[in-house]
Design a protein around this ligand. Structure first.
Ligand code: HEM
Length: 344
């Protein structure tokens, strides 16, 4: 079925964001079990999976146009949300090629890419873009190749350089993040940028994940799911903007909790890039209100149990304590106590 875009949606101020029934069912629900703990939950990123969100290399949904417009607004206010260090130019072109080819293959009705040697023509119908350029010549595009293509994709992206048996976050387009800052992290190594995460370092999660990623092969991308909760369907929950969204946490009441609080899921994908040997990390964000979660019996049972038993250090790190009990009070009567089966 062809997706119906909703270009007028907003993710701030009026918050007109909402999900169609089809969009709720394609939500990548993140909990395979009734309890949650950090782990190296990495699997091959092959097309196919529990919902339609896993069908494409880079998923496009009904919020595509509105999310690209939101990105444009954030970049206008704060251009530093997109930064790439100068030695990453080959990785920029690798990313442009990968994203353009993938979108054109997965969504031929919306995107097309034609090549005559190095002269490429890119057509993006939803955003009404028709661009000819010379691959490898940045001056033939309106901005750098990484910024150019990530302005036309949903979700955030970072670029990791691999050297000294480590990964360094040497670039990114980060406008829809869950409370971390590219400006602060840029240039950091894998363990440094994961510094604030509780419990996972002691459990060896980051040592194992780094070892795995250093061996990531070209053409064999992987993915993982991460989650948190956000008050209001707000994409930009950056530290830079904390004064704007932080106070929202105090606005949750028993009357508005189901509509206001959203489960925020990141479908994270990792690609080895062919020329630069860098890694492209995609962080595709999905927001679903607790009210919409509650429409699916398995999801509401599971979310209730995960939140109820969540380790307090993880709850604090994710910024949940202010409204967690209000969400639990809403979900508890909806949990019929039935056992759930393993899997999403
Ligand atoms: C959190 C980046 C890969 C596991 C984070 C944070 C950042 C980040 C910026 C937030 C840290 C903060 O609070 O400031 C990245 C990048 C990756 C990557 C750029 C690309 C290589 C991975 C992988 C794993 C992982 C492969 C697998 C175990 C986690 C976990 C958290 C986290 C468990 C805590 C999330 C939460 O509780 O909400 N990551 N990460 N990351 N990352 Fe990664």
């Amino acid at each position: 079925m062809t997706v119906q875009f909703k270009p007028a949606e907003t993710f701030r101020d009026t918050f007109t964001y909402g999900k169609s029934p089809e969009d709720i069912l394609r939500f990548p629900f993140p909990f395979p079990e009734d309890e949650y703990m950090y782990s190296v939950n990495i699997e091959p990123h092959v097309r196919g999976g529990p919902t339609a969100a896993f069908q494409a290399a880079f998923d496009i949904d009904e919020h595509y146009i509105a999310e690209c417009r939101e990105r444009e607004r954030v970049l206008k206010e704060d251009p530093k949300r997109c930064q790439v260090l100068p030695h990453m130019m080959a990785a920029e072109w690798d990313s442009l090629e990968l994203i353009m080819e993938s979108l054109a293959q997965d969504y031929p009705e919306h995107f097309s890419l034609t090549k005559a040697g190095d002269l490429w023509t890119w057509v993006n119908r939803p955003l009404n873009i028709h661009q000819s350029f010379t691959f490898g010549k940045a001056e033939t595009l309106p901005c750098g190749p990484f910024e150019y293509i990530t302005r036309q994709a949903q979700g955030d992206f970072t670029l990791q350089d691999q050297r000294d048996d480590n990964l360094f976050v040497d670039g990114g387009m980060v406008t829809t993040q869950a409370d971390w800052s590219l400006e602060f992290d840029i240039g950091m190594s894998f363990h440094e940028w994961h510094g604030p995460v509780p419990l996972a370092h002691e459990k060896g999660v980051f040592d194992r994940a780094l070892k795995y990623l250093l061996r990531l092969q070209c053409g064999q991308p992987v993915r993982r799911l991460n989650w948190t909760m956000t008050v209001n369907p707000r994409l930009d929950t950056s530290p830079e903007n904390y004064p704007v969204w932080g106070p929202d946490k105090a606005s949750v009441t028993p009357d508005n909790v189901a509509e206001k609080v959203h489960l925020r899921v990141e479908l994270q994908t990792l690609y080895r890039l062919p020329r630069s040997n860098a890694i492209l990390f995609g962080i595709r964000c999905y927001l679903t209100s607790v009210a919409d979660i509650a429409r699916v019996p398995k999801w509401r049972r599971r979310l209730h149990r995960v939140l109820r038993d969540l380790h307090p250090d993880i709850a604090a790190y994710k910024g949940l304590p202010r409204f967690r009990q209000t969400v639990l009070d809403y979900l508890a009567p909806l949990d019929d106590g039935e056992p759930t089966s393993k899997g999403i």
